[in-house]
Ligand binder design. Sequence first.
Ligand SMILES: Nc1ncnc2c1ncn2[C@@H]1O[C@H](COP(=O)(O)OP(=O)(O)OP(=O)(O)O)[C@@H](O)[C@H]1O
Ligand SMILES: [Mg+2]
Length: 430
Amino acid sequence: MSENRMAGRRMAVPEKSKRGLLGVLKELLEYSKNLKVPTIIALSLAVAGAVLTIIGPSQLSRIADLITEGLAAGIDLKAIAGVGALLLCMYLASALFTYVEHFIMATITLSLSKKMRDDLSRKINNVPMECFGRTSHGDILSRVTNDVSTLQQALSNSLPSIISSAAQFVGCLVMMFVTEWRMALAAVLVTLLGFAAMALIMSKSQRYFVARQRNLGSLNGYVEEMYSGHDGVRISCANDQIKKVFAGLNKEVYEAERKSQFLSGIMQPLMNVVGNLGYVVVCVLGAVLAINGQISFGVITAFIMYVRLFTSPLSTIAQGMTQMQTAAAAGDRVFDFLQEKELSDESHKTERLETVRGEVEFDHVRFSYPSNPDKIIIKDFSAHVLPGQKVAIVGPTGAGKTTMVNLLMRFFEINSGDIRIDGVSASRIL
Ligand SMILES: Nc1ncnc2c1ncn2[C@@H]1O[C@H](COP(=O)(O)OP(=O)(O)OP(=O)(O)O)[C@@H](O)[C@H]1O
Ligand SMILES: [Mg+2]
């Protein structure tokens, strides 16, 4: 249980996700070339669905006006039925668009996450051993499982709802101003207030989402390490010490989770208040304008719907953004690992030792671990071991005994010198 590893994992905390949300999205598009077209189609469908929803209130307004007029002279049921049928078709089409969009997004993101897991698993076999010294096994595991599925879910659910909500929001804005600018202005001002608060919370919360994914990775890593090394823990009576470290990591996860949940939890109620305030404003102002005969009753009906359609996307966007923030943090971790430097291509190496005699020669070997290149572990080491010879490697702890064996196995590349097995340089052996 390497303590340097433990220390490494609690290194300086990055304040924000390295790539940021847009960076991760850009990286995703580059990562999977055939993601672009279906995503554009799906997002367009989301927009189309939203637009159809927005046209709804104007038709409802027509029905309301038909009823108001009809109250005096008899209601024109035929006209109302006509508008109703149109409305029904629009809502059905909107639902269909949304369904197809979800279907497309789920399909592409599932295949994306499959590709990611495949690539991560291939990557695990291709990164130098040194990489596992920096990152615990459990942390890598957490990237393959937690982070990939977080990313997948955010992309298939949150991204389309953000886009369609944004379309609904903008469309609503246009429709409101077209219908009655004074009431639109009042509704917008109230909503802007909510927006400002949301932006403030968002800017404060991103780092907690990053911390959350990272701490989860550390915790997973620690659990994995302690369970696989459980015998060692028992033998060295380290139970209490382990429990203490675990409790610390657990607390860190709890804290980051609590802070991120607390901040994102404020969003929903805040948006509700803003939405309800919008109703009040619209009703009061609408009543005044209607009494003065400046608008019809239908306009108020339409506006009550518009206010709902206008503020509900904001809470959807808020919720979606918190999900996307988690996804950005997760995506960061996945891409970090996918972009780890790989071992050099060895396919050109042809040398094979079919029957090994067992002659080992260290020739002026110089070596430092890649994680700490300044600390030369082996300075200028030469030794020649003949086949059949038995050699003991003796030295105080930290002298470099295990390092020597690591080098013989070529887990690490040497800085200079050569290691030969049966006279063949280890670097030439496949
Ligand atoms: N993965 C690593 N990254 C960086 N430094 C390392 C790594 N592994 C070992 N070291 C450092 O290399 C030096 C030699 O370590 P090594 O494990 O080879 O010693 P050792 O002789 O096997 O000791 P022990 O008798 O305790 O097994 C130590 O100073 C150690 O801190
Ligand atoms: Mg050792």
